[in-house]
Design a protein around this ligand. Sequence first.
Ligand code: SF4
Length: 463
Amino acid sequence: MTLELPPTRQSLDLSATKFITPEKPDKSNRLASTKAGGKMVAQYWENIFTAKERGKHVVWYNGTALNPIFQAAGLEWCHGEAFSARLAAMHLEGPAQAAGEEYGYIGELCSYARTHLGCAVMTQKGITEKQSGIVGMVDQDELAAKLPSPDFFVNAYAGCSTGQQWDAMTYRVFGKEFPLFNVSLPMIWGNKKDSGYLRGSEWEKTPLYVEEQLKKLIEFIEYQTKTPFDWDALSENMYYIKKASELRLEAMALCAAAPTPATYWDWVASIAPINFLPANQLLVDYFQGVKDEIEQRIRDNVSAVANERYRVYFDGIMNWNKLGFLTRKFAEYDVAVVAGRYTHDSFWQEPDLIDLDRPLLGMAQHYLICPINHGLKIMEELLLKRCDEYGIDGIAFHSTRTCRAMTNPQHILARTAERDRGIKSFFFEGDVADASFYKDESLESGLVAMLESIDQQRSKARV
Ligand code: SF4
């Protein structure tokens, strides 16, 4: 889908970087409409926790957004990364990580996997001790212990081998009692002459291979549930996903305006709704609400960061422990983080690919365009496209300690942005769900240095 981007509305204040003291007031202005998403997500998890009492089949899955298939099959679905991210965002990841550590998972293992494996250990403990299959009875005050035990697992991980090993280990934690289905998502290497984002012979062929596996996945689910799959429900689910995705992209495109009416942090807050909430009218209404608020802000000249002077792109998976902190931190320096690889190149970001008459193909295509599943050529193409769309001045590379898949190409991407667009960047250390890896000094010094470079670049351009 081609986005019609609005023109920049007003010039930015480009005066040199001011050093900030910790007492500075919060200059960020987050969208109010994303709070509705937070409530929907909380309700979703509360519902999952009671799945067994309601006699539902439960699937645990990792990786890509298979939930429209699970929804059509009448399952309750638990996304491993999503639950780990939720625990980290609520600062409740400790018990699960301790359980994982006790079981032998070292701190260098992906902290999503480590946290979720810890949840599996706690869940299994609940089954063993109560023999009820209803988890949460053992230790109701630990959110990490509340997941219902799975009836089966599905893994569909693009661009990272941790996912498959994570599920293989979870399978063992549960005594190899529950079956596991693995969807193989090949890398889109993009190194042929005709290759590019959504084009070339590799792109034409690979989704067909994945589409066939999704058909097999549906046969597997039918076997597990002893219920025929509802294909009409799948098309209906994809209709809602498509509508929600279109609204999300239209709202994102409005943030090309400067100052931006919403930031990357608002899009982070909207990941859970687009990534795993049930596909229905409520989901569409949520993204309509976000878009409406952004349009209203543009009409009222309300910006997401007071005195926006720098527009930054964020590369790396979100540091869920630090969402509010980072929102305020960047705003302190008059930085609007406008877009990012995680938010803008993931999560049903190409709604035109969704064909309601052949939903599995569009789903396969989306699973393959996960932002860690491309070769460098396509990653560079996407990065430069986003930098151009959003008028980016600098890039913050979140060097996500336990996620090598996201971190691997970052130094080359930094060089590409500087070489082809003169865009400055810096790196800071952190992690997806382990707060101990975050280094405030690394962020602070890198950010200030980058902003000074941008100031110098602007001064030279004015001479
Ligand atoms: S290492 Fe990164 S891509 Fe791989 S499972 Fe963990 S968070 Fe996902």
